[in-house]
Design a protein around this ligand. Structure first.
Ligand SMILES: [Zn+2]
Length: 268
């Protein structure tokens, strides 16, 4: 059984469970790993387990207490989640320390200082940590260095190299690896059962094998739009002589259309 239905990261979950039992959960973590392997999902699940009032095992949320219900609904007052708005290149400063006229009276750093409302601790998750400007990172330093007692702050990024040294040195780094094709296939098949997906087992296996360890990429490969384009592209590539103009025109059209859509997030 995977920890809280998060597949492929049991060793990390075990490490956190041991830390929780020993009362040694750190105040600041930096999750790094390739896109689409489940770092954001893991961070949310960890937050759920950390605020649960009646864990059913070490760091396993009961999913039925008051804290769990609110956390699952995304309305827990002690779980804070900040991410980069889709239309911004970096995480706006005001999300961390408040707007200019409310400096240090709102924002993630301020909210972390408040007493927990219903749980016994406060949790903050900062997704898109790759997109912290130097100024925003500087605002976080004190919070990362001395989180309020019991508070846990989790930064989620893709690689250690993309984080500023000042951030890296203040957080405990947790590395997430790519998922195995078998794990991806298992998750896809579980999802297709619950969501009534029409993909065949062979299609799921092919997407899992081609996804390079990323569940997010596998889901994308299974989407109708991408599957149709792949089929079409393979058809064009099989032609002799190669229809170069048609190939580039159609590929560009797909790339341009994709560019207009909201970028995929690294949640799942
Ligand atoms: Zn609970």
């Amino acid at each position: 059984m995977a920890w809280q239905d998060i597949e492929g990261h049991d060793a990390i979950a075990a490490r956190f469970a041991a830390a929780e039992v020993a009362g040694r959960v750190a105040g600041s973590y930096l999750f790094v790993g390739p896109p689409g392997v489940g770092k954001g999902t893991f961070a949310r699940s960890l937050a759920l387990a950390l605020v649960c009032e009646r864990p059913t095992a070490d760091l396993v949320a009961c999913r039925s207490c008051r804290s769990c219900i609110q956390a699952l609904a995304g309305t827990h007052p002690d779980i804070d989640l900040v991410e980069k708005p889709i239309d911004r290149a970096t995480i706006p400063l005001e999300l961390l320390i408040g707007s200019p006229d409310q400096r240090l009276r709102e924002g993630l750093c301020w909210r972390l200082l408040l007493r927990p409302a219903i749980a016994h601790r406060k949790i903050a998750i900062l997704l898109d940590a790759d997109h912290l400007s130097e100024e925003a990172a500087n605002c976080l330093l004190k919070t990362l260095e001395e989180p309020p007692p019991g508070a846990v702050i989790i930064l989620v990024g893709t690689s250690l190299q993309r984080q500023l040294p000042t951030i890296r040195s203040r957080c405990q780094t947790i590395r997430f690896g790519p998922l195995s094709a078998a794990t991806i296939e298992h998750v896809l098949s579980r999802e297709s059962q619950t969501e009534g997906n029409t993909s065949s087992p062979a299609e799921l296996a092919a997407a899992a094998a081609a996804a390079d360890g990323s569940l997010q990429r596998a889901r994308l490969l299974l989407s109708d739009e991408v599957a149709t384009f792949r089929q079409h592209l393979i058809g064009l590539l099989e032609r002799q002589p190669l229809p170069g103009v048609e190939l580039s025109r159609e590929t560009l059209a797909v790339v341009e259309a994709a560019g207009k859509e909201a970028p995929l997030r690294d949640f799942d």
